[in-house]
Write a protein that binds this ligand. Structure first.
Ligand code: F0G
Length: 401
């Protein structure tokens, strides 16, 4: 029913060919559905529970998926922060509420299901942490082995703990994420493991459901969709999905796709700002938001299209701005996210201050991962607990009462 298509030269490939790049020009692939003949009934979707599989007609999996009930995440109105920033219609979609605590689960329920559908016996990825945690979880559910490559010393402890506990083979390389991805890509091509980084077009299919859910939750299209950008897969996925909804006639316009990167790791922002045809990789990316510490985003080509075609923006935020927003979300909204996730909302604060956005816009920020993913960065920002002797006078004195 669907096939793969190269986003650059338009070459097409059968759906069951295991490919991560166009064999003709080397560019990225995408999944293309015959939307005219799918006969999707929105009323049927609306009757199903909110979640990835509500939209199964627009997903590539035929049989029963490998699922842990991912998606259906909360959409919060950021009332306090919105008031502070003068943006009354500011929302956060909390992807940290997925089974493994990040949006990656949307991609992995589809990706690991596709591994089985394509007859693959093992899966692999490189990761700044969350992808590895999610892959470990879904491989465990599927009962197949997973190999994950991490940049040594640069992955938050919660994510490593998950990958280990769920039984992946965890390899730390003395190099950064970009190098880990090259290595695992080579490994998969030479040894037949199924590669589940976001270069895999099927994984992104699952992630596009963030956009579908947001439209359903708001009862319409937001004016702006804001995502933290690392490997640039998620912003590309959401854009692709919304384009499909538009082609189906379910929505009549697209949101301005807006990508936020960490200042020390911002090749996409630079490409947008300088109007470059493609990104120039950053060789030494660095940021406290280790999830998005990526110098050579593999999906940059798709992300640049998403941002440019929708009149969106790309902006960078400093580590200080990221951490300040992590604290603000936690303390003013009760929303606990990891640093990379706070980047999207920090980016909106900055863009509003710069006068780059209309404050009346309806804005959805995707907050991508849970606070507990990176407890070290939390503890470093907070006062330690006050330890006291176990008696009431000590308690009263500690509370200045
Ligand atoms: N936010 C979080 C919490 C992430 O873990 C990632 C990516 C992103 C944002 C950026 O998404 O790569 O699609 O632009 N993490 C990947 C990983 C790279 O390995 O876990 P992207």
């Amino acid at each position: 029913m669907y096939h793969l298509v190269c986003v650059n030269c338009g070459a097409t490939y059968p759906a069951d060919e295991i490919l991560y790049n166009c064999t003709k020009c080397g560019h990225l692939l995408a999944v293309k559905y015959p939307l005219d003949s799918l006969n999707i009934n929105k009323a049927v979707w609306d009757k199903r529970p909110l979640g990835v599989w509500r939209y199964k007609e627009l997903l590539p999996v035929h049989g029963e998926p490998v699922t842990l009930q991912e998606g259906g995440t909360q959409m919060y109105h950021l009332k306090r922060l919105g008031e502070e920033m003068g943006i009354p219609h500011l929302y956060a979609k909390h992807e940290g509420m997925n089974p493994s605590g990040s949006f990656k689960d949307r991609g992995m329920t589809v990706g690991v299901s596709m591994a089985l559908q394509l007859g693959k016996k093992s899966v692999a990825c490189a990761s700044t942490g969350n992808t590895s945690a999610s892959l470990a979880v879904y491989a465990a559910k599927a009962g197949i082995p997973a190999v994950v490559l991490l940049p040594a010393g640069k992955v938050a402890v919660g994510k490593v703990a998950q990958a280990l506990m769920h039984g992946a083979k965890v390899i730390s390389i003395r190099g950064n994420f970009d190098r880990a991805l090259e290595m695992v890509h080579d490994l998969c091509l030479s040894h037949g493991l199924y590669l589940l980084n976001s270069i895999n077009p099927y994984r992104l299919e699952g992630q596009k459901t963030i956009g579908f859910e947001a439209v359903d939750q708001l009862g319409g299209v937001p004016d702006r969709f804001v995502l933290p950008v690392g490997n640039a897969g998620n912003i590309s996925a959401v854009y692709k999905g919304l384009l499909e909804l538009q082609e189906l006639g379910f929505i009549d316009r697209l949101p301005m796709m807006t990508g936020i990167q960490a200042a020390g790791s911002s090749p996409v922002v630079r490409a947008v700002r300088e109007n470059l045809p493609e990104v120039v990789p950053e060789m030494q990316p660095e940021t406290v938001a280790t999830a998005i510490r990526i110098g050579a985003p593999v999906n940059a080509e798709k992300a640049l299209t998403a941002i440019r075609k929708t009149g969106g923006l790309a902006e960078s935020v400093t580590d200080e701005e990221i951490l300040r927003m992590q604290r603000d979300l936690a303390r003013k909204e009760g929303i606990g996210v990891e640093p990379a996730s706070a980047a999207s909302v920090a980016g909106i604060r900055k863009l509003a201050e710069m006068g780059m956005i209309d404050r009346d816009e309806r804005i959805v920020c995707v907050v991508t991962g849970h606070l507990l993913k990176d407890p070290d960065t939390v503890i470093k920002q907070c006062e330690p607990p006050t330890e006291i002797d176990a008696n009431l006078p000590s308690l009263l004195s500690a509370l200045h009462l």
